[in-house]
Design a protein around this ligand. Structure first.
Ligand code: ADP
Ligand code: MG
Length: 645
């Protein structure tokens, strides 16, 4: 019996129209999605010539009967939806019924398939949209689709394809991400010369990440969630049968990078909604919010975010290639993403490992890898505001791009990740999975080694009267005294402000500050918030204000530069800042001006106080501008360096 049917015109017309076959990777995407929708447990993808010559996808899914196989190549033929209402609740990756006919129209295609209950299979040959041959065939369960000579009959479109390696890179990226979203399935991707990915079913997303990217990357990430929240409208109903409860839940989990991993663009942020990879501004915004005051402005984390929502909560009929979605409860979804990631980051409180000496690390690598790394470092533009704000990294070196721990033998995986910053996102040889040693597990010890900020540090002294050296049984720790104090003061100030008005301390003499017109305009805008942060000021002449109080931690001689910094900072952002962002800015500036400076001697008690306070901070790993506060040289690394293990 046929399960595929042609959608009535009225339904077909409601489907987001547009071309889906742009390049080999779009063919691979549609075929892969079909295999996953067919409940395949394993999917194998073979490509030749970057997919321009051949893309073959073989699965062990439900297969198709002869009638279905023929029908599948008609426009709007699908087994996945029937009516317009179904469009509001799509639970499969596909639903448009357009992929197979579109692909078959621009290639030479062979389909071999067998529907499980049937004794024989079907083989079809189609070229340029015309059926050339149909016959019965012996075929194991599942489906094999071979697409040869993509765009052979539309040379103009073929011309737009990029080099074989670029196209292969896109396919590798795609298969890798489907593999991440479906850890319980086996995926294999091979070109004529290379097996690019081959991963058996994994027990957890963490294990899959390890299979695909290797332990080095896992070390740079913090796992968050799963967090579950009831969808708003259903939260009010009191029906607690199992199915309703399940359907009403939103669930999120994933991996985000430690604060010291700072990327120059968003190319390593992956957001999956119901296991579909999508681009979504809302999620990017929520992620940014989660990293507020943890990452410097303009820097981006690595993130793999898996969001599961009831299908009726997500509109996937937005874009022909199904890469964009709309959420029915967008602010609920936004906040869930933000809160879960933020909680994960704060709970892990990850501390960066001690960077290995660069030269030693690089010496262990192949020359071209070294070159690539060096190029990456040279290419790094200096942080935009460097030099203006003393709290920001002053050179690109401080912006650790996840390339510490390079001396480890499994460095290949890190290189792969590092190079992902370039286009194409995944080049084939780099996604080659590191082969885990037999029986190995994603290493638990690694993540524990990376550790969190402890409460039992003993200060030993200072380096250059700027960096506190401390120890405990885990190893040696170096703490930047200025940014550590800044983090403590920042959290304290924000905490006070969130409770009520911050009481300022009366200055002995008011400080008179002259403002440029644009500073004056900002002052008019945010004067009230400044007052609530402890700065009482009065106009004093046309462009001059007299500041009468300032937050207690700030010394009088710093008040003027502090106020000007706040005004200039806000001015650059025009008036787009939210109140919360504005408070964060003010708190960060106050903290920076009030914190102990470098080149300041500290006695043991002061150092101990600072370490204790830091251990109680919510987010002790970076300063409010995203600079690292602490480095750890773990006992294992020390022992290794002395060749004791
Ligand atoms: P859609 O996926 O949007 O339904 P497609 O053109 O991609 O449309 O596929 C048409 C139909 O062909 C699907 O609805 C499905 O029933 C069937 N089909 C496609 N690929 C497979 C496969 N690998 N295994 C089983 N059935 C498939
Ligand atoms: Mg499909």
């Amino acid at each position: 019996m046929s399960v595929i049917h042609i959608l009535p015109e009225a339904v077909a017309n409601k489907i987001a129209a547009g071309e889906v076959v742009e390049r080999p990777a779009s063919v691979a995407k549609e075929l892969l999605e079909n295999s996953l929708d067919a409940a395949a447990r394993q999917v194998e993808v073979d490509v030749e010539g970057g997919g321009k010559r051949l893309i073959r996808v073989v699965d062990d899914g439900c297969g198709m009967s002869r009638d279905d196989a023929l029908l599948a190549f008609e426009r709007h033929a699908t087994s996945k939806i029937r009516s317009a209402e179904d469009l509001t609740e799509v639970a499969t990756l596909g639903f448009r019924g357009e992929a197979l006919p579109s692909i078959a129209a621009v290639s030479r295609l062979i389909l071999e398939t067998r529907h499980k209950p049937e004794s024989s299979g079907t083989r079809l040959e189609i070229a340029g949209g015309r059926l050339r041959d149909v016959k019965e065939t012996a075929w194991a369960d599942g489906t094999n689709i071979e697409v040869r000579g993509l765009f052979y009959n539309t040379p103009a479109r073929r011309k737009f394809l990029k080099s074989e390696s670029t196209e292969l890179g896109h396919i590798a990226s795609l298969v890798t991400h489907y593999a991440l979203a479906h850890p319980d399935k086996r995926f294999r991707l091979a070109s004529l010369t290379n097996e690019i990915l081959n991963v058996p079913p994994a027990a957890s997303p963490r294990e899959r990440l390890y299979q695909v990217m290797g332990g080095q990357l896992l070390d740079q990430l913090v796992e968050f969630g799963p967090t579950e929240r009831r969808m708003p409208q259903l939260a009010e109903t009191h029906d607690d049968t199992d199915t309703v409860q399940e359907a009403a839940l939103a669930r999120i989990s994933g991996f985000v990078s430690r604060p010291e991993v700072q990327k120059l663009n968003r190319s390593q942020i992956y957001f999956f909604v119901n296991r579909r990879l999508v681009r979504d501004r809302l999620a990017l915004h929520a992620l940014n919010e989660a990293y507020r005051n943890i990452l410097p402005a303009g820097m981006f984390p690595v993130a793999l975010i898996f969001l599961e929502l009831p299908p009726s909560e997500v509109d996937v009929n937005v874009h022909p290639s199904k890469t964009e979605v709309r959420f029915r409860h967008s602010s609920f979804t936004h906040d869930l993403v933000r809160d879960s990631i933020r909680q994960g980051l704060l709970a892990a409180r990850p501390v960066p490992a001690f960077p290995m000496p660069r030269r030693t690390a690089l010496a262990a690598r192949e020359p071209e890898e070294t070159e690539a790394l060096e190029r990456l470092n040279e290419d790094a533009p200096p942080v935009a505001t460097a030099g203006i704000n003393p709290c920001l990294p002053s050179s690109a070196n401080v912006v650790v791009r996840g390339d510490f721990r390079l001396a480890s033998p499994a460095a290949a995986a890190v290189t792969g990740w590092l190079r992902l910053e370039a286009e194409p996102p995944f080049t084939p040889e780099l996604t080659r999975p590191p082969v885990p040693p037999a029986g190995s597990e994603p290493s638990e010890t690694r993540s524990r080694e990376a550790g969190e900020f402890p409460s039992n540090l003993q200060p030993l002294g200072q380096i250059e009267e700027s960096f506190i050296v401390a120890t405990n049984a885990e190893g040696l720790w170096i703490i930047d005294q200025h940014v550590a104090h800044e983090r403590i003061l920042f959290e304290r100030h924000l905490h006070r402000r969130s409770g009520a008005k911050v009481e300022g301390q009366r200055l002995l003499l008011p400080i008179v500050v002259e403002l440029r017109p644009e500073q004056n305009a900002v002052f008019q805008d945010i004067g009230q918030e400044l007052a609530a942060n402890g700065f009482e000021a009065e106009p004093f002449g046309q462009r001059t204000v007299a500041i009468k109080t300032a937050p207690a931690d700030v010394r009088a001689e710093n008040v003027e530069s502090l106020v000007l910094e706040i005004l200039d900072g806000v001015g650059r952002e025009a008036r787009a800042l939210s109140l919360e962002e504005l408070r964060g800015r003010i708190a960060a500036s106050v903290a920076c001006h009030a914190a102990i400076k470098v080149h300041t001697p500290l006695d043991r008690n002061k150092m101990q106080w600072l370490l204790n306070e830091l251990s109680r901070a919510e987010c002790p790993m970076t300063c409010p501008h995203g600079r690292p506060v602490v480095l750890k040289y773990g006992l294992k690394e020390i022992q290794k360096a002395f060749k004791r293990i």
